[in-house]
Ligand binder design. Sequence first.
Ligand code: B12
Length: 290
Amino acid sequence: MQNVHFTPPQLARLFGVNVSTIKRWADKGMLPAQKTTGGHRRISKIELQKFIKNYPKLANQSYTLSRLLKTKEINDSLWPKFYDYLKKSDTAGAQKFIEQLFLKNYPVIKILENIFTPTLVKIGNDWAQNKISIFEEHQMSFILRLQLFALEQIIPEPNNQAPKAILACAEGDHHEIPLQMIAVLLKANGWKNYILGINISATEIIKAAKKIQPHFIGITNTYSKINNKKFLNDLVTYAKKHNIFLGFGGNGWKESEKKINSPLIKYFNNLASFEKFIKTNKKALPKGKA
Ligand code: B12
């Protein structure tokens, strides 16, 4: 099932047609689909691109796709458009914007680093400068989160042998968006994620690690009032003992904490360096035995 991305409802939205039309195209072989074990159709990005090439008239009927086909080269300063969709509470527009980038093969890491991250920073700055209200900040970050969920869904499911990651926000931290971003990035790199969520104690993370036996534990901390020194020390001790790769990031750590550095314990200040690390160390990453 590698490379299988889209469900008929997702494509129906993208083409602006009924779900039954997508299923008909699939069953006629115009848009070949694979079936999941549950019998649901799934269409790969490659097949979708072939369809667009082979049936330009049908593809062009669709507002979204015709725009997609006409989109000029993607550049790295597109995020203000995304920000505008959020500001206008245009959820559908925001979703189409991200889907288009994905379909145009704009790398997932760039979608995260060049679209989501600067948009979040701008939302934070606008809020701090009273340019937007708390309500707007919450509404915009909620719509942004929905787009991370949507992006996560169109990335192929990992196979059974996929390396496993446990992801959590440090104790006291409620900023779940970076967690979702790491999850999307790992999934795009073929990893399976177990997301523990916000405000998780070291004890809970260790409990989960014993059960899941991950290859990687990822912790984010954007802002926490709790002194996270003990939290981090407990995890470092556990990861070292069980030979598990522990990565952490975010601005909520003290400078001294960020300096903890051993071959398998690292602070990452951005997602690109993290992706580089997991790609370069693919074979060396240990399987945690808890
Ligand atoms: C959305 C948001 C919220 C939402 C979160 C919603 C959610 N479900 O996630 C809500 C409304 C809950 C919220 C609450 C608060 N927030 Co807030 N929030 C933000 C905002 C706008 C975006 C946060 C975000 O997702 N950033 C993600 C990216 C952009 O940030 P990043 O930390 O640099 O992470 C990147 C890398 O470092 C890396 N990374 C991070 N972690 C990891 C981990 C690993 C393993 C790896 C590999 C990489 C990695 O990847 C990230 C993506 O590129 C920021 C603005 C900002 N500049 O971040 C404020 C911000 C973080 N919030 C702030 C504040 C003050 C708060 C509150 C205290 C407000 C309040 N008075 O209630 C509470 C605190 C709640 C708590 N205890 O955690 C301040 C923090 C200031 C500070 N450092 O002192 C900020 C900076 C806003 C500001 N300009 O003042 N917030």
